[in-house]
Design a protein around this ligand. Structure first.
Ligand code: FPP
Length: 238
């Protein structure tokens, strides 16, 4: 395997364990989320250092709206604060921020903050940070099917012309390659409605560490683990 192929082009992370981290310390759950910001910075630094091109973070799922209102409100406030506090460093590092998921459900304040960070970082060329916000894979696939059905109804394409790439091109993730490596922290081993279509050939890594304890070294371990994997894509090893 060439050195190039040992580095995943796209890493996606399910940042899990903030609540447990807080509870273990007798803190409120929202304090666990606040402690989850520094690991985001660490993951970004490490991803850029390794030459990863796309880093996707599962920051808020469509199911997360069902959490207690104070926790949801605290998360929204945290996202808005981060836009202001992180923007200069993201621009300095050449990070371009984009999002997947449905932004319509967010308050105007959050939507404005997201548009602001996307605009401010639009020129970033080192790394694309994709934030999955109000995201779930089934909702994303459903919306893609609706778009394709409309094109069929409008006679732009025939049903038999629909192929895998038609679906890929209609997902929120259309501009990005499929994830090569998906990391979920906290020892849980499930996808929780994250990138179901895109994960077809992804490698998975499930470290025990809770997200607030995730460091650059944890990311380095993930890259080492990935380099040991034999990716065959349904073929045989040469
Ligand atoms: C899952 O842990 C984590 C979340 C739902 C929120 C993730 C948000 C951050 C890490 C904040 C910073 C992010 C950005 C993009 C600025 P959990 O609460 O489900 O943990 P638990 O399973 O231990 O309860």
């Amino acid at each position: 395997m060439s050195e190039q192929r040992r580095i995943p082009q796209h890493v996606a992370i399910i940042m899990d364990g903030n609540g447990r981290w807080a509870e273990l310390r007798g803190l409120e759950r929202h304090q666990g989320h606040a402690a989850g910001v520094e690991p985001v910075r660490a993951a970004l630094r490490a991803a850029a250092r390794h030459g990863v091109q796309v880093l996707t973070l599962y920051a808020f799922s469509t199911e997360n709206w069902g959490r207690p209102a104070p926790e949801v409100d605290a998360l929204m406030e945290l996202f808005c604060q981060c836009v202001v506090s992180e923007a200069p460093e993201l621009v300095r590092q050449g990070v371009r921020v984009r999002m997947i998921g449905q932004r319509e459900r967010f308050s105007e304040k959050v939507r404005t903050a997201l548009e602001q960070i996307e605009r401010q970082t639009a020129g970033g060329r080192t790394l694309t940070l994709v934030l999955a916000l109000n995201y779930s894979s089934r909702s994303e696939i459903t919306r893609a099917v609706q778009r394709i059905a409309r094109r069929v109804a409008d006679k732009e394409i025939r049903p038999e012309e629909i192929c895998e790439s038609t679906i890929t091109e209609n997902l929120d993730t259309a501009p990005y390659p499929d994830p090569d490596l998906i990391i979920r922290t906290s020892g849980e081993q499930r996808l929780s409605n994250f990138l179901l279509w895109q994960a077809s050939y992804a490698e998975f890594w499930f470290p025990e560490v809770l997200w607030p304890d995730f460091t650059e070294e944890t990311f380095d371990q993930a890259i080492e683990e990935y380099a040991r994997r034999d990716r065959r894509f349904g073929l045989v090893t040469k």
